[in-house]
Design a binder for this molecule. Structure first.
Ligand code: FPP
Length: 248
């Protein structure tokens, strides 16, 4: 079976641009084209969910000029692509800490969310101002608040309940990632979906993001289909069907 949920760390934009004598931001500009191509291919391949890491909590440390380019590209992407996403019936969400986003970025996100509200196809999630540790801490705080207010008890906490406090809760059973793909040859998760990727297969592609094509995604998905996943139990079972104690 193919992966249902693919999550991509789009890495290597800056290095790609610098190695060609361009400013780093040019790599992000080219990177957006790849986003458009990959979203379309995800639909063609019949994936159920695609999550893209566009801006991490650590990326706030980048120079303001580069951050501004990234925000402008995200806003333009949302504005230009929303009609096409609507035609393709794409469901859209953003995960991450929205409290740090500017009003302009927030309103662009809300417009796309609103326009695609009734879609039922591919679940596209863009991670913006996202860090998995930050997400887990926000979830822990929200649960602690419920306990403090008396609507929940610490003993009630389970993996399933905790998942409901994470940003990916609206994805339901699809929140668990099947395949994490990272471009540019780096072999790290960089604080991306640490909870959701607990049993994910990992694929590292030795190309910078601006060179990643629809064909590369197709190949990674085909390779995934030939891997055998056991979730620490027996072949064929998904994590929710495997008792927690026996997972490895
Ligand atoms: C990593 O490359 C990439 C990013 C930090 C941003 C990714 C953003 C885009 C592809 C464009 C905007 C996104 C959307 C969804 C419209 P890097 O700059 O860290 O590359 P480096 O490691 O070579 O420096």
């Amino acid at each position: 079976m193919g992966p249902l949920h693919v999550a991509i760390i789009m890495d290597g934009n800056g290095r790609w641009a610098r190695s060609r004598g361009h400013a780093r931001f040019f790599g992000h500009v080219r990177g957006v084209r790849r986003v458009q191509e990959v979203v379309q291919e995800a639909g063609n391949l019949g994936l159920s969910a695609l999550t893209l890491y566009a801006f991490s909590t650590e990326n706030w440390k980048r120079p303001e000029a580069e951050r501004e380019v990234l925000w402008r590209l995200l806003r333009r992407f949302l504005k230009v692509e929303t009609p096409a996403l609507l035609r393709s019936n794409v469901q859209f969400r953003v995960i991450g800490d929205r409290s740090r986003l500017s009003p302009a970025v927030l309103s662009a996100i809300r417009e796309t969310e609103c326009a695609l509200e009734k879609c039922t196809g591919l679940q596209l999630t863009i991670a913006v101002s996202y860090g998995a540790r930050d997400e887990i801490i926000r979830a822990a705080r929200a649960f602690a608040r419920e306990c403090f207010e008396g609507s929940m008890k610490p003993e009630q906490m389970t993996e399933d309940l905790f998942s409901q406090f994470l940003d990916t809760a609206p994805l339901g059973s699809l929140a668990d990632v099947d395949l994490v793909l990272r471009t540019s040859g780096e072999q790290r998760l960089s604080n991306f979906l640490l909870w959701q990727a607990a049993y994910a297969e990992l694929t590292f592609v030795n190309k910078p993001w601006p060179e990643f094509t629809a064909g590369d995604l197709r190949r990674a998905v085909q390779q995934f289909s030939s891997r055998k996943r056991r979730f620490g139990g027996v072949e064929g079972a998904r994590p929710s069907e495997t008792p927690q104690e026996s997972r490895t």
